[in-house]
Write a protein that binds this ligand. Structure first.
Ligand SMILES: NC(=O)c1ccc[n+]([C@@H]2O[C@H](COP(=O)([O-])OP(=O)(O)OC[C@H]3O[C@@H](n4cnc5c(N)ncnc54)[C@H](O)[C@@H]3O)[C@@H](O)[C@H]2O)c1
Length: 430
């Protein structure tokens, strides 16, 4: 296979569609490994920032980006025709949900159409966007085959789920094992050879649909276990038990237990969304994904539970939520990231505001944001407690001064166990 030789000699050119949390690290990692990479994105502002050597993804160092832009191994463009130069095209576009919680395949379809427009013999096309089992074969392959090329022979096609964990200092693109499933043996072989150039471990599976299901199993596993522990947290609250202490002790069991932690609700682009892709697909087989739906219900109820904790905290000082000033500490969906997508902080803020509270927030990673009726700017950490009735820790960024919070807020609700070990009357824990 001609493509294999090109890959092994690093002569193969890579095209990446979608330069976000997934596509950009991938593009830069391959460029740093010596491949010529063309990144295509519809967002002109992102492309301009990249060509100026400015990264907007915390896990991609601007120094690394600037280096590959300068030496010409990476270029970003809004011109889809440039993808025609690529031997391998990797699709990393968003896969959100519609309001009805059905998969929104618009971006994937657009990216596949852009790929079909430049498709030529011998290319390898890989889909990395998280999606339901069957997408590669049912959605991607027919559009490409309509060009008159024979799938698996004239071009190679595979699915490889992305497992990136933004903000994780120990696991990044290179050392996270990569699962790959091609539509035939040659497609898998080409995709394995490609990822092996950069990734330490590549795990081939028998089909794209298996690879698609692997990703959904991983994320559903998290959603369900978080749902279980969120339910346990509510149960412990009723029983006046400390759920964090229970989990800490349970995790001393060296086998058969894996700790998951409760929190204010699910956030991010993956865990709250991906399981719905699976339950949607299951419904086509007349199959009800009960665990997914149940976990979804429990997790979606957490912001409301947090509001109840705030009401209880205020009540302990004979105050009502209506008219209170409540300050949210951390709004990103998880620790040490700047990503606000699906963040439970948004739900908590909305719920508080609709019940008559005056809301504000502090997050060094999110200077300002607009969402529904909210239009807020982050308050400086030093003055965030001024005139506030209750602080609520939603995201436990490492940079926060938790001791100062305990000393300065008249009431504190901690949804992340950031104040572990603190037993003060004005501190309330999930
Ligand atoms: N963020 C994560 O932690 C993560 C982890 C694993 C998997 N995923 C999956 O990877 C996929 C991408 O997620 P992301 O977080 O990188 O999204 P993102 O929103 O950060 O990036 C997607 C990029 O694609 C661009 N884009 C949209 N439509 C396009 C088109 N038609 N042509 C070219 N560019 C287009 C957008 O402008 C954006 O820059 C999703 O399916 C997601 O579920 C994400």
């Amino acid at each position: 296979m001609e493509l294999l030789k090109k890959i092994e000699s690093k002569q193969a050119k890579l095209g990446v569609i979608g330069l976000g949390y997934v596509g950009l690290p991938l593009a830069v990692e391959f460029a740093r490994a010596g491949f010529s990479v063309v990144g295509y994105d519809v967002d002109q502002k992102k492309v301009a920032a990249l060509m100026a050597g400015r990264s907007y993804i915390p896990d991609v160092h601007s120094d690394h980006l600037a280096e590959v832009v300068k030496n010409g191994t990476f270029i970003a463009t809004t011109d889809p025709k440039r993808l025609g130069e690529a031997d391998i095209i990797d699709i990393c576009v968003p896969t959100p949900l519609r309001k009805t919680k059905d998969p929104d395949m618009t971006y994937v379809v657009q990216a596949v159409e852009a790929t079909a427009a430049v498709l030529r013999k011998g290319q390898l096309i890989i889909l990395e966007s998280t999606t339901y089992p069957g997408t590669t074969i049912e959605v991607v392959q027919p559009t490409l085959a309509a060009k008159g090329f024979k799938p698996g022979v004239d071009f190679y096609l595979a699915f490889s789920p992305e497992r990136v964990d933004p903000g994780n200092p120990n696991y990044q693109t290179k050392n996270i094992p990569k699962v790959v499933g091609g539509i035939n043996e040659d497609s898998t072989r080409a995709a394995v050879a490609f990822y092996s150039q950069v990734m330490d471990t590549v795990v081939p599976v028998s089909s794209p649909s298996v690879a698609e299901m692997v990703k959904l199993l991983e994320n559903t596993f998290r959603a369900v276990n978080i749902g279980l522990v969120n339910e346990l947290a509510q149960m412990c609250h009723r029983m006046n038990l400390d759920v964090w202490e229970v989990i800490d002790a349970a995790k001393t069991k060296p086998f058969g237990f894996m700790p998951f932690y409760p929190g204010p609700g699910l956030g991010g682009h993956c865990i709250p969304i991906d399981p719905h892709y699976l339950s949607w697909k299951a419904r086509q087989y007349n199959f009800e994904a009960r665990f997914i739906d149940l976990a979804g219900n429990v997790n979606a109820g957490m912001p409301e539970f947090v509001v109840q904790l705030i009401i209880d905290a205020l009540n302990s000082q004979r105050k009502s939520l209506n008219g209170a000033r409540v300050h949210v500490i951390g709004v990103a969906y998880k620790r040490d990231v700047n990503d606000l997508r699906e963040s439970p902080a948004l739900d908590v803020l909305e719920l508080l505001a609709t019940r008559g509270a005056t809301v504000s927030y502090t997050d060094p990673y999110v200077p300002q944001f607009k969402h529904a009726h909210l239009d807020l700017k982050s308050v400086d950490e030093k003055s965030m407690h001024d005139g506030v009735d209750c602080g609520v820790i939603i995201t436990d960024h490492k940079v926060f001064d938790y001791t100062a919070m305990v000393n300065n807020f008249p009431l504190l609700v901690d949804t992340r166990n950031a104040l572990k070990g603190v037993t003060r009357k004005h501190v309330f824990r999930l």
